[in-house]
Ligand binder design. Structure first.
Ligand SMILES: Cc1cc2nc3c(=O)[nH]c(=O)nc-3n(C[C@H](O)[C@H](O)[C@H](O)COP(=O)(O)OP(=O)(O)OC[C@H]3O[C@@H](n4cnc5c(N)ncnc54)[C@H](O)[C@@H]3O)c2cc1C
Length: 627
């Protein structure tokens, strides 16, 4: 039993897993996967196996300590993917971090908790023809997933006197007051000099013009996401709350005997039954086994699922579309367009021809979406920014010690606690199809960070800085994810092409974002004491003309790390999954993760993923008479 990990049912070696056959196999112990595994194993008569490629999250400080959130990127808990050269970014490649650890991306993300607009969900209901995905119908799942801990409740960690600006949750706000689920959510645990500037600037602009696009909001999660203010974040009692800490570990620690978790192990492909007798309709490929490996050349092992296999391996890592919206694992399993599979030397199990001349797909490319993000660092007139801490290991050690003692102080806070969502000006939408889900859904976002962000350049040795992150949260450009080769299976990184700024609408939208930032930073809260000194960064000597701004965009854009859409749900034949998230054209496989979103959520998507997964767990239970 050399592969036995911390818990009696957490395994690191496939030969130690006690069974070969389970009722359900969940691929990926990430954000969605842990919700599914935990909810399904609530039924003691069902055996559930979760297979995770990455590591155990236990004791990893950069995961636990909210302030260290940025340190996970590029580390051993990140898949460390990169895109192919992006044509409109001067052929730069850009990073694609994804969680390679229990909790998946919920363990390495920046913890912002935004539920999306009412319009987003109502649009999903319309696209799928399933009212169960509407805003109103999902209230019960929202409440099931999250518990709101206001800072005043966790006052032992952050005494309210040290952060008096945190407004209490509105008394009649259903998103905040009714939650009783395992994910802990709070607002800024520690005050920051930018909090007042952002909140006051938006209040001021709204006072000057009641129809201001920069309005202030006390809560972005009511169904109308527009506005500036404090964001909510997945921290509770001063530390990160992930799908591992909120769902998986409590289930394992409660000695749930019917739940087994295998880590350090990749699912390589899905397999059909050894005999066809269990499949009554042999014209439809039926998958009931997964083949797994711990290294590209290592031994392969098989596990089978009596009821179904749930793919929760994320929009990039597994469920990519090969031009036709077919998940990568399915492709590696021989389900896909015959000519593409043969080209890659994969035995064809089921020929699923390409979706061609579909206006929706040809407009948007291949349905891989992410939010383009423009990073701008500003040199500022302040000695309170967090740069001095980044330069001083002794100060860091002191703050870490304080966090370790009682989960208080700066390290209990996430790097960005204030942000704003905005609509584009109406004029910019004339004559174009609005990419946002509806009037309560934004097009643009600004996130404020009180330090230099060293994504492109190292922190200068002296000086103080802030960073503004401008994002297009309703982009029109879309890209594709394709298999690089059949060799190496899921050990070979797929070709990720976001096609950033591929649609000129997005260039115009980002130009508007730059102009909006100039307007916002010209208000008194920012201009007093000449707070903003200058922009720093590549190609930034002058941002006067449109051409200079576009050049700056090409040099300084990455994404917000929110890939979605590669196995979209919908009611059309070309949609990879139906509204119950079952993969079309095969039996035995369901997808539950960010890849099923038909459009990109105009928000940070983890809350959307948790809500999706909570409903998906009930759909699975219904289909297998567990409810
Ligand atoms: C750096 C970063 C910052 C972010 N910041 C925010 C934020 O502040 N707020 C927000 O709302 N969202 C944020 N996001 C996005 C959000 O975290 C994701 O959209 C969401 O967590 C995706 O959930 P998922 O279940 O689809 O995939 P994941 O949570 O990524 O889970 C997929 C899991 O499957 C595993 N896996 C993949 N392939 C295999 C295989 N072949 N075999 C076995 N296991 C496999 C992976 O290791 C992973 O654990 C961020 C993401 C990143 C990476």
């Amino acid at each position: 039993m050399n592969g036995l990990a911390r818990s009696t049912s957490l395994y690191t070696d496939p030969t130690d897993v006690p069974r070969k056959e389970y009722d359900f196999i969940v691929v990926g112990a990430g954000t969605a996967g842990n919700v599914i595994a935990t909810r399904l194993s609530e039924d003691p008569t069902k055996r559930v196996l979760v297979i995770e490629a990455g590591l155990d999250d236990t004791g990893v400080l950069s995961i636990q300590v909210p302030f260290l959130g940025f340190n996970n990127e590029g580390s051993s808990v990140d898949w460390n993917f990169t895109t192919v050269p992006q044509k409109e970014l001067n052929n730069r490649t850009i990073p694609v971090p994804r969680g390679f650890v229990l909790g998946g991306s919920s363990s390495i993300n920046l913890m912002i908790w935004t539920r999306g607009a009412r319009d987003l969900w109502d649009n999903y209901a319309q696209i799928t023809g399933d009212l169960g995905w509407s805003w109103n119908a999902l209230q019960k799942y929202w409440n099931k997933a999250s518990t709101y801990l206001d800072s005043t409740v966790i006052s032992t960690l952050v005494p309210p006197t040290s952060n008096p600006n945190i407004p209490p949750p509105p008394p009649n706000d259903p998103t905040l007051s009714n939650g009783n689920g395992p994910v802990l959510v709070t607002r800024a645990n520690f005050p920051n000099e930018l909090d007042d500037k952002v909140n006051n600037a938006s209040m001021l602009l709204q006072q000057q013009n009641p129809h201001s696009r920069f309005k202030y909001t006390v809560d972005m999660n009511t169904g109308d996401s527009i506005g500036f203010g404090y964001t909510q974040q997945t921290t509770g009692r001063g530390q990160r709350s992930s799908s591992a800490t909120a769902y998986l570990h409590p289930a394992l620690n409660s000695n749930r005997r019917n739940l087994d978790v295998l880590i350090h192990t990749r699912v390589m492909r899905l397999l059909q039954p050894n005999s066809t007798t269990s499949n009554d309709d042999s014209s439809v490929p039926y998958f009931n086994q997964v083949e797994v490996a711990q290294s590209v050349d290592g031994p392969r092992f098989k596990f089978s699922a009596r009821n179904e296999i749930i793919l929760s391996s994320g929009a990039i890592a597994v469920t990519g579309n090969l031009s036709q919206g077919t998940p990568q694992l399915l492709l590696l399993s021989g389900v896909g367009p015959k000519n593409e599979l043969e080209k890659l030397g994969i035995d064809v199990v089921a020929d699923r021809p390409a979706v061609e001349n579909n206006p929706e797909f040809s407009r948007s490319g291949k349905n891989l979406h992410d939010h383009p993000l423009l990073l701008t660092n500003y040199n500022v007139n302040s000695n309170q920014t967090l740069d001095d801490i980044a330069r001083d290991p002794a100060l860091q050690a002191q703050l870490l010690q304080q966090w370790q003692n009682n989960r208080t102080g700066l390290f209990a806070n996430t790097p960005g606690s204030v942000l704003g969502f905005m609509r584009l000006p109406k004029e910019q939408l004339i004559g174009v199809q609005d990419p946002a889900s509806g009037p309560h859904a934004p097009h643009l976002e600004m996130v404020f960070v009180d330090s230099f962000l060293n994504l492109f350049e190292p922190l200068p040795a002296t000086g103080h800085f802030i960073a503004v992150l401008n994002s297009i949260v309703a982009p029109k450009s879309a890209g594709s994810l394709t298999l690089a080769s059949a060799n190496g299976g899921t050990f070979t990184q797929p070709l990720i092409n976001y096609n950033i700024y591929g649609d000129s609408f997005d260039i115009q939208a980002m130009l508007q974002a730059i102009n909006d930032t100039e307007t916002f930073l010209s208000t008194p809260p920012w201009t007093q004491n000449n707070f903003i000194i200058s922009i720093v960064g590549r190609n930034s000597t002058s941002l006067g003309t449109k051409e200079e701004k576009i050049a700056f965009m090409r040099d300084n854009t990455i994404t917000l790390f929110h890939p979605v859409g590669t196995a979209r749900m919908g009611r059309k034949q070309e949609d990879v999954t139906n509204s119950r998230l079952l993969v079309r054209g095969v039996k035995g496989v369901r997808v539950v993760d960010a890849s099923v979103f038909p459009t990109i959520p105009e928000c940070h998507p983890q809350a959307v993923v948790y809500t999706l997964a909570e409903r998906a767990a009930d759909l699975i239970k219904q289909d297998h008479r567990m409810l």
